[in-house]
Design a protein around this ligand. Structure first.
Ligand code: HEM
Ligand code: HEM
Length: 183
């Protein structure tokens, strides 16, 4: 699979994007549900187990995503997109990538492995704690929450930008993330 063109997203990038969008939106939703729904008891424990395990797996996915984007660079913007929009989009894209890393990193390390807690991966195996740093878990909880809201804000901006390209500019930006678009 080639992904070296300057102006299109190749198959790997498109698969990364849409699988990632679905999984991160899913884990974000479950996180907010856990934090604000008041769910208790065994239901909470099993949903929390899923959240922790899936979030941990997404750390690997996010690392892969960063490596891929650093190796490939971003495709150049389509002709006619003003410079300020290109810069704004670039900042948003890196912000989204940073959130994809910071969410699981704060969960895995600050709330778990450095806070004296292991992580059970779907009952298959448990990642043992590394050490117990006094007071790191509440800090992790705060970081996790702040990054979560930042992430949602960036996703909102990102979707508004996509809608603008789709409905107002009608310039093929969304199409190139859907089908590779025109060269
Ligand atoms: C893609 C990765 C992840 C995403 C998108 C995510 C998202 C969220 C969100 C949105 C919340 C609610 C935040 C709030 O407003 O307070 C949350 C809470 C939480 N997350 Fe994550 N999370 C991820 C990974 C993890 C991991 C890897 C762990 C632990 C191993 C974890 C453990 C927790 C815990 C313990 C809570 C607190 C729930 C509560 O207060 O009831 N998360 N997460
Ligand atoms: C309905 C939801 C979404 C739509 C319509 C959408 C659309 C797009 C489009 C059209 C691009 C290409 C922009 C360009 O050509 O310059 C793009 C790039 C990108 N999107 Fe989304 N997106 C969505 C959700 C998400 C979510 C939830 C995330 C984060 C988890 C995300 C992360 C990214 C990133 C990081 C890029 C930069 C390219 C890359 O490295 O993959 N997107 N998106």
């Amino acid at each position: 699979m080639t992904d070296h063109s300057q102006s299109v997203y190749g198959g790997v990038s498109r698969a990364n994007h849409w699988i990632g969008a679905l999984l991160f939106a899913g884990v974000l939703s479950v996180g907010f549900y856990l934090a604000y729904s008041g769910i208790e008891g065994p239901d909470r424990r099993s949903l929390m187990g899923m959240h922790r395990a899936t979030g941990t797996v997404l750390l690997l996915f996010a690392l892969w995503r960063v490596i891929w984007r650093l190796r490939q660079g971003f495709p150049s913007p389509l002709d006619g997109v003003p410079a300020w929009q290109v810069i704004f989009a670039r900042i948003t894209h890196w912000g989204l990538i940073a959130c994809m890393l910071a969410m699981p990193l704060s969960g895995v390390f600050m709330m778990s492995l450095l806070g004296g807690r292991g992580i059970d991966i779907y009952g298959l195996f448990t990642i043992p704690p590394i050490l117990e740093i006094e007071g790191i878990r509440p800090i992790g909880r705060q970081v996790h929450g702040i990054v979560a809201f930042t992430f949602v804000g960036l996703i909102g901006l990102h979707i508004l930008g996509a809608l603008k390209h789709l409905l107002i500019d009608r310039d093929g930006t969304v199409q190139r993330m859907l089908a590779g678009g025109r060269r």
